[in-house]
Design a binder for this molecule. Sequence first.
Ligand SMILES: O=P(O)(O)OC[C@H]1O[C@H](OP(=O)(O)OP(=O)(O)O)[C@H](O)[C@@H]1O
Ligand SMILES: O=c1cc[nH]c(=O)[nH]1
Ligand SMILES: [Mg+2]
Length: 209
Amino acid sequence: MALHVIRHPLVQHKLGLMRDQAISTKSFRELANELGNLLTYEATKDFELEPTRMTSWNGDSIQVERIKGKKVTVVPILRAGIGMLDGVLNLIPSAKVSVVGLYRDEETLEPVSYFEKFAGSMDERLALVLDPMLATGGSMIATLDLLKKEGCTRIRVLVLVAAPEGVEKVLDAHPDVDIYTASQDDRLNEHGYILPGLGDAGDKIFGTR
Ligand SMILES: O=P(O)(O)OC[C@H]1O[C@H](OP(=O)(O)OP(=O)(O)O)[C@H](O)[C@@H]1O
Ligand SMILES: O=c1cc[nH]c(=O)[nH]1
Ligand SMILES: [Mg+2]
């Protein structure tokens, strides 16, 4: 469907902090979760509400609103997507977690799949796919292919930083998907890394750089 770049000042400020070469693992992790949280806020703003009744503090019966029967699965792409997971689940604690394991071959830049475990009733769920980085788009397209094979029809992608090349490829392959990001950056370098980017997000989150 579309690319949504979230220009909210908190999002832009936190993303800016993540770009610092001297950032600690602790700060990088915290910010990845905080941005996951803020992107979730944006990606869920059209959720439907329905009225429901409850007994309030003084015993009165009152009408309140609640989210209407929305089944959600959150899908972190291993490893780096785990770095956003807590931030997303903080806002949607009832979501089921599905996991897709993929790494990008360093030479070919092609995604290599090594794990998948999906929640039940995927055809009834809205899927929120998490990965800090959308570079060539190969890993995201492979994930979206898997989710559709499982029956998913409603999918939103949450990435901290996206490269224009990858966004174009993902939306060409999956035009029904919405992508929420804090930034569409300039381009990919000759090794497929996003510029200005964040470097290797998985290594920074897992402390393996
Ligand atoms: O758009 P692409 O060109 O496919 O690249 C993006 C992918 O690369 C990174 O994962 P990586 O392969 O480094 O695995 P990791 O999360 O285990 O570090 C990143 O987290 C994405 O999953
Ligand atoms: O810039 C990039 C590209 C792929 N994976 C990352 O972690 N960073
Ligand atoms: Mg990595």
